[in-house]
Design a binder for this molecule. Structure first.
Ligand code: ATP
Ligand code: ATP
Ligand code: MG
Ligand code: MG
Lengths: 165, 161, 161, 165
């Protein structure tokens, strides 16, 4: 299975609907400071079920909704859709392609969809379980957090291990 | 359970020794259970010795050596249960050009079975990408993406949205 | 004492606003005493808004934007009682080339009155140095220094010890 | 006043006596990972009176003595000498040049010298006081610690302020 597409709309600095297509192999994301690269990584963790606003550098989950500029109004919601190829059937569904969507509104209300049908966070988590895609399985290695695993105390390091194993 | 942890830990230990030696082109590193008698609670110690240097506490390693050791450990953990894709956000930032080269050499090998999306500022790292996405903020505060494919022939810049 | 802190804090506030705007070429930043009524115990808040972006918590800033804001604050503090010399260890690491350029432009100005020793991996930063010292480990585990003067004419490499 | 010379001998990776000469302006220190650049910064903080081994990435102060390689024996002591120009008499001594030396032996014994005469840490501290050269006045801005001042809580940030002011 592999990541095919990422659609970001109204999430953080991505005011307009933005689409990234992926192929097997190595994709590099580049650009100047503050242009939105880590926001792309945040959108992936978010659509995969990240529950901690702090883990996304925010105080509350609604902080991830595009909040406007001098020339643009703020968005009323944020939406991210991740599309995976399932040709090898490693996910327990008959589809060749699986898309997971997450939305959050200004009210704080959150929605999940699997292949456009309303689902619960629980369904999204079950879908990923066992394929190694849960966000605790190192599918995102974050800027500035690498040092911790080497400099932390033995007991803290144990906690990091438990998450992976 | 105790057996699950012990066997997983043994695998990570093996992986870590191996990946460390590949990234440092020598030297030696170990993961150690501080309290072998209390497998389910024991803290985990790291010992790392770059080639030609004498063994000391990991705290005395340089910024770049710590980063390379962390990369070895994260990949050792990753190999236990590899995700189909993996996103790396500037983990090569503290590495000099030589170490970045060793890192991306390792990445190319892992990339045969795992899809990597690598955020980077390093020109050395960008070189192994099959596809490059440029993120820009031409309009202040609004991100836009431009893709530049590299796999076959000349790059073409084309706004994606 | 209360007066000393209040006047020092006011100076740092002024400096921070000013240096931030020079490093970001616009935007706005403030230092705020959370509890104005308890000057001797109050925590200190930072508010920072890069040009063209809307005001949000500093936590949402990017890695590079945080680094540049930290540089602005450290120099604001430094200006209160400047040391004769100042050692910088890779503080430009998270900055892209444009921001590194703005940082070293500011440094050149401070350097009229303060001597700077700057450890860096960045070729952009190395360009403003009057003298460059290369540190090498030809013999494993043993550091040696080679100096390359740049001030007048062609560089000359000469082992210093 | 400015920094004229730094002599490092047996301190961390500087097994052999090493001398750096400085002039007013900007000096850049470059080299590959692990070659000894931060060790140069550590030697400056150490000779200026750093009391925390942890602040030098060590567990005990004797960890800063060169501890040997496969082809070299460990040193029996570490010594660093900082020489300052005092032509403008900003330091309260009649000399045009002031040198401060610090030594540590394997026993843990420590020595300070001012212009080659044995002195106490107290004398070294008094010498630097008021010229802005104490190690808490931001004369060394360290790798990887910049982030903290921006991301720390308001009360922690206050502590950083108090040190500078
Ligand atoms: N809800 C939001 N609405 C609008 N802009 C936002 C929102 N949340 C974050 N941002 C902006 O996104 C920017 C940060 O983007 P990001 O962290 O992706 O940068 P980056 O490309 O990773 O840069 P660096 O190379 O410095 O790490 C900040 O300037 C921040 O103001
Ligand atoms: N007491 C000691 N004896 C011998 N070597 C030591 C001692 N203490 C530290 N070292 C070595 O010094 C090296 C670290 O040097 P340093 O931190 O100065 O590197 P650096 O040039 O700053 O690299 P980077 O660019 O990665 O930050 C380590 O490899 C460490 O093993
Ligand atoms: Mg980033
Ligand atoms: Mg260093």
């Amino acid at each position: 299975m592999y990541l095919k597409k990422l659609e970001i709309n109204g999430f953080k600095s991505f005011a307009d609907k933005t689409e990234l297509l992926f192929e097997p192999g190595i994709t590099s994301v580049v650009g100047p400071n503050g242009c939105g690269k880590t926001n792309v990584a945040d959108s992936v963790r978010w659509v995969m079920g990240e529950q901690s606003a702090k883990g996304l550098r925010a105080s509350e989950m609604t902080d991830v909704i595009f909040n406007g500029t001098d020339s643009r109004k703020a968005s009323s919601m944020a939406e991210v859709t991740l599309t995976l190829s399932n040709e090898d059937k490693s996910l327990p569904l008959e589809y060749d392609e699986i898309s997971i969507t997450r939305r959050v509104y200004r009210s704080g209300e959150s929605e999940y969809l699997i292949n456009k049908a309303i689902a619960r966070l629980k369904d999204v988590k079950e879908l990923f379980m066992g394929t190694g895609l849960g966000i605790s399985a190192y599918s995102v290695m974050a800027q500035g957090q690498m040092d911790q695993i080497v400099t932390s105390k033995p007991v803290e390091r144990r906690a990091i291990f438990e998450e992976a194993a | 359970s105790k057996e699950l942890f012990t066997s997983t830990f043994a695998t990570v230990q093996e992986n870590f020794k191996d990946v460390f030696q590949r990234l440092f082109e020598g030297g030696r590193a170990e993961l150690i259970l501080i309290d072998e008698g209390d497998v389910l609670e024991s803290g985990i110690e790291i010992v790392a010795r770059p080639p030609g240097k004498r063994l000391q506490s990991v705290s005395l390693l340089s910024g770049g050596e710590k980063a390379l050791t962390a990369i070895a450990l994260l990949f050792a953990l990753f190999m236990v249960k590899p995700s189909p894709f993996c996103l790396l956000d500037e983990i090569d930032a503290p590495l000099d050009d030589v170490n970045t080269g060793r890192f991306i050499h390792l990445l190319k090998e892992f990339a045969k079975r795992t899809q990597f999306i690598m955020i980077t500022h390093s020109k050395v790292s960008m070189e192994i990408a099959d596809v490059i996405y440029g993120v820009t903020m031409q309009e202040a505060g609004v991100s836009k993406i431009i893709s530049t494919k590299f796999k076959e022939g000349a790059p073409e810049g084309a706004p994606v949205s």
